[in-house]
Design a binder for this molecule. Sequence first.
Ligand code: F0G
Length: 404
Amino acid sequence: MRCIECGKVHDMGRPVYACSSCGNLLEIRMDRAEALKRISKNDIKKRHVSVWKYREFIPISDKAKVYSLNEGGTQLLKCGRLAEELGLKNLYVKFDGTNPTGSFKDRGMTVGITKAKELGMKTVTCASTGNTSASLSAYAGLAGMRCVVLIPEGKVALGKLAQAMMHGATIVQVKGNFDQALEIVMKSSEKLGMYVLNSVNPFRIEGQKTAGFEVCDQLGGKSPDYLYIPVGNGGNSAAYWKGFEEYESLGLTDGLPMIRGIQAEGSAPVADMFKHGKKVLEPVKKPDTVATAIRIGNPANWKKTVKAIKDSGGSATTVSDPEILGAQKLLAKLEGIFAEPAGAAALAGLRKDVDSGSIDRTASIVCVSTGHGLKDPDIAVSQSARPRVIEPTIEALEELLEGR
Ligand code: F0G
């Protein structure tokens, strides 16, 4: 585990999230040759697809008891109707909303909680726009740990709040936004003896990188040409890239995708860096978007995600709230995929690129849909027509269907 800036090596047997010398983020680098000695390409192929299929590439000791809800192994859906609508040839959606708690967070949380137990921690914590808190609460319950989640008051979708409540977390509403909640978590965790499971924790990233492995496996040992992915705190986009990059260097897949990071217009400090060629992130003080999951103005992982996107030859851009909601409806209507707004942002970004003619229509494209639509029923209901009410007769039904 080492610092992404100064390279200082840190002990993996202690709960640390930032470099003790320069304060930057930490990342875990595996010994790739060593990992390949322990598992062959054929062995990997035979295993059931899930996060722990890739155990040899996850930095958890062989002796550790794993806390799992069988996360990962989500479908890579070939979207024919959507492709036709957009005039594309090879369009796929990686629907990570089908994870056990309905978002991609579970990939990181199974590894993070397993590590928390290994470290002997009793309490875990996070700040969250909703999904991290839902996932952490579930895994903390599974592992018999206390769970404390800090959320921005009134800005977490109902389904996510319901999950954290049912799983028995201590839920603290902060009169502020996600960025402020995360600052409290980071500054208080050591004093209060809590293990932080936001994506600044490098073990979270190690679980989430398996999504990149999976996409390659599901495409028959090839990476897609493009990966469209929403960017909030910047952990998932960095994790996908880490997955692609490691898998390619291990000789387990061919090629690397270009990453297109998508942010909501009102919460777009990373996209802003690409637009204006900035070297340092300028936080958005009052982030806002209908996609509450990515309502983040000061992404903790900005350095990791900017590097990942640049290394891939890609860039980041914005979509408006109406574009996000339009894409959400399109996914639901044409492909049967019910995503929450943030889970449709990637498609909204792709649609914009198609309209501007900046993408090769024959390329293989994967859009990551990060969270399930059932998480945010209010948004779904508010943008749909009200169901009609009829008398309980066949005539009334006939009349309604004939539009009389
Ligand atoms: N999509 C969904 C559905 C999310 O919940 C999040 C992040 C993202 C995308 C962005 O991922 O932060 O790794 O860039 N949700 C966090 C949370 C912040 O607290 O649930 P990221």
